[in-house]
Design a protein around this ligand. Structure first.
Ligand code: 3HC
Length: 704
């Protein structure tokens, strides 16, 4: 059998059909643009053809340029496919299903008409990978829907649903989508004779209107200042749309290409491309049976109606999955349900959720008091108090009532998954499902593989995470698993640097400048200093060598537990969440330093940054070395979605690769000499440095 053509041209009556068939998502890989050009030429040359349809085979129209090709040499095109569509003498209809993104939507915009099925989505998401549209998107879209709406779409990169795109003027008609090919052919026949041909490039109405509003672009720049901090692409996108208003079309296209080219190999674009592929890689489970395809869960149960349990239940209800919340004590169940109602009500008040939607979501959450009531759920997530005896008891009960094949997940943040698995007769079906607070908001879903967890269970649990809109990542079972364990040394160092003379506000400033939305001390004030206080006390009792963190311990003992007590690392005015540096904290730090004879010194911003992040890079290497994570990029995904790490820096390990394994090792070894055991370099870090291997190529020594 011969290979299927990447782009096919067929004639049905008067309609020439151009089908892009380049799985999985019809990206504009090698041969696609050439195929489109050749097909349009054929259609124009064939007297029988009066009109053409551009359509995608498989699950999508066209998902955009092939992201793998960016930063690499590209073929030089003598003719540009967008121009060829634009200049066609016969009308062309883009028939959209699935996604028309980036270069995909740009091809559609160069057609004369656009039709779509109701489930289709369109967008120009290039800024999300650090570039701007380079196929005329910043010139055609403003002409079609106006510069303001175009900028909002391009700068956010959001996927716009077909119905909304129709209202905006991007889509001319919504077709039923039962058989898009035939429906598009019908549409094409109806418009075949219409002249003049509508061409987006010729539209002048919106651009003329925008000329009367010169402040539009500065206002847009101002509105993104906070979110787009340290980034170039969103600003280049605005400048390029500005060119659509200020310049004739062909000049604007040249400006767009110049701005696109400036970005293609920028650090920001490299990091964001890396993050895009890391998020896809993280879903791959080495050794998983290829023919195992988990079903989507249709029902769920959560044990425990505390803050975490309630948030988990909301995650299911939010995506339409019915969920039962079990709590044996009636009053605790009522309190939990009230908390869920209050959370939804806050969203309604803020305008991010309608009352009808709130009611629908609440109706999906059913409070229950007996284990017998949850036995038929496809997945159960235990989210009770972090005590081994309680958790063991829950799993014994679950083992008795849950139907065969149900997924049994535990939301512990530190307790070894094996302990719970071993009280059941089905340890292969048990895994960890570590949510991050608030569970209905945070994207990271850490799936924890116990010693006996089957790979089918891991694959199924990963799918549960994806079904509820999370990014799932696998970790091996150990104290803190992969995400929190890799971050713990960062937290230790931020506290210990205080003893040596740094201040919370200085450390926060450095990390915010690096790109975090909020500094780590301000975050600690939000989540509460008392949480880690209890864990530290437990660890200190178990380990005589545990390095005590005197400053936060004293603050908690003084009643400074963070925002909830009006003071923590910072001081807060009543009813206001703005952190104010506090002399009390300074004097606690000075007392501790004096008592323990620690010399005070000044820190450079660079030293603060390296000290926090290298500590975590070293721990991440230990995690990889022990086979508790599959790959360095999985750790990056965890940091991006669990800890607010700036996406345009790729991730912890990607950033460290920018410095190099040799230099990271040198510094870690030096700090090991100076500060002792906690900085002991990981064997993997040492090996990578000695062989000159980057972190992204690090291979765990043992399988998970
Ligand atoms: N280039 C190369 N590979 C791509 C790709 C692209 N544009 N889009 C998706 N893929 C690959 C993914 O890496 C994945 O590969 P894998 O199976 O080997 O891991 C596979 O296609 C399937 O992708 P997803 O797992 O993401 O599939 P989903 O169904 O969940 O999502 C999607 C589909 C919404 C299309 C999503 O893949 C996506 O957002 N893709 C990127 C879209 C984009 O950014 N387009 C703009 C590109 S830049 C551009 O067009 C420049 C132009 O202006 C000149």
């Amino acid at each position: 059998m011969s290979e299927p053509e990447i782009v096919r041209f067929e004639v049905e009556g008067v309609v020439g059909i151009i089908t892009v068939d380049y799985p999985p998502v019809n990206a504009l890989g090698p041969g696609v643009r050439e195929g489109i050009i050749a097909s349009v030429d054929k259609g124009n040359a064939d007297p029988a053809v009066k009109v053409m349809v551009l359509i995608g085979a498989g699950r999508s129209f066209i998902a955009g340029a092939d992201i793998r090709m960016f930063g690499k040499p590209r073929p030089v095109y003598t003719r540009v496919s967008y121009d060829v569509l634009d200049e066609s003498r016969k009308p062309i209809v883009a028939a959209i299903h699935g996604f028309a993104l980036g270069g995909g939507l740009e091809h559609a915009l160069a057609c004369n008409y656009r039709v779509a099925v109701p489930s289709a989505k369109v967008g120009l998401p290039e800024v999300l990978i650090g570039i701007i549209p380079g196929g005329g998107g910043t010139q055609r879209l403003p002409r079609l829907i106006g510069p303001k709406a175009a900028m909002e779409m391009i700068v956010s990169g959001r996927h716009v649903p077909a119905e909304e795109a129709k209202v905006m003027g991007i889509i001319d008609a919504i077709l039923p989508g039962v058989d898009l090919r035939h429906e598009a052919i019908d549409f094409a026949r109806n418009i075949a004779a219409k002249r003049p041909l509508p061409r987006v490039r010729d539209r002048t109405d919106h651009v003329a209107q925008a000329k009367a509003d010169p402040g539009l672009f500065d206002a847009m720049r101002k509105s993104i200042a906070k979110k787009a901090r340290n980034q170039q692409a969103p600003y280049h996108a605005i400048a390029s749309v500005e060119a659509a208003v200020a310049q004739p079309f062909d000049e604007g296209i040249k400006t767009e290409w110049r701005l696109f080219s400036e970005l293609e190999t920028s650090d920001e674009a490299k990091a964001l491309r890396y993050a895009f592929f890391a998020e896809r890689e993280v879903a791959k489970i080495p050794g998983a049976p290829k023919d195992f395809k988990p079903q989507s869960v249709k029902s769920a149960a959560v044990i425990g109606a505390g803050t975490m349990g309630g948030g988990i239940a909301m995650s299911f209800a939010d995506v339409g999955i019915p969920v039962k919340v079990l709590e044996v004590a009636r009053d605790a169940l009522d309190r939990g349900m009230q908390r869920v109602r209050d959370n939804y009500a806050t969203s309604v008040k803020r305008g991010s959720l309608s009352q009808t939607e709130m009611d629908a979501r609440l109706a999906r959450i059913q409070p229950v008091e007996r284990y017998e009531d949850i036995g038929d759920a496809d997945v159960v997530i235990e989210a009770v108090f972090e005590r081994i005896d309680i958790k063991k008891d829950v799993f014994t009960k679950l083992d008795a009532v849950m139907k065969p094949g149900a997924l049994l997940l535990t939301n512990s943040s530190a307790i070894d998954t094996d302990i719970m698995a071993n009280v059941t007769k089905r340890p292969g079906d048990v895994a960890g499902a570590h949510f991050f607070a608030p569970a209905n908001v945070m994207k990271l879903f850490e799936v924890v593989k116990g010693t006996k967890t089957s790979l089918e269970t891991i694959v199924s649990a990963m799918k549960v995470g994806r079904d509820i809109g999370k990014i799932s990542a696998v970790a091996g079972t150990c104290d803190g698993f992969a995400a929190n364990r890799s971050r713990a040394p960062f937290v230790t160092e931020m506290m210990l640097m205080l003893e040596e003379g740094a201040l919370p506000e200085q450390i926060d400033k450095v990390m915010v400048a690096f790109g975090y939305p909020i500094g780590p001390f301000a975050v600690s004030d939000m989540s509460g200093l008392d949480i880690s206080y209890d864990t530290r006390k437990r660890r200190a009792a178990a380990d005589p060598n545990f390095r005590k963190l005197h400053v936060p311990d004293r603050l908690v003992e003084m009643g400074r537990k963070g925002q909830k007590t009006g003071a923590g690392w910072y001081r807060y005015e009543k009813g206001d969440r703005t952190p104010h540096p506090d002399e009390v904290v300074k004097s606690v730090i000075a007392d501790v330093a004096r008592e323990f004879g620690i010399a005070q010194r000044t820190f450079t911003d660079d030293e603060i940054l390296r000290r926090l992040l290298y500590a975590s890079v070293n721990e991440a290497c230990k995690i990889l070395e022990e086979g508790r994570a599959y790959r360095a990029s999985d750790i990056d995904v965890m940091w991006l979605h669990g800890f607010g790490y700036p996406r345009y820096r790729g991730g912890l390990m990607f950033w460290a690769d920018g410095i190099g394994t040799k230099e990271v090792y040198r510094q870690v070894a030096e700090w090991h000499e100076r500060y002792g055991a906690r900085w002991k370099p990981s064997a993997l870090l040492k090996a990578l440095a000695e062989s000159g291997t980057p972190f992204r190529e690090a291979k765990p020594k043992v399988a998970m």
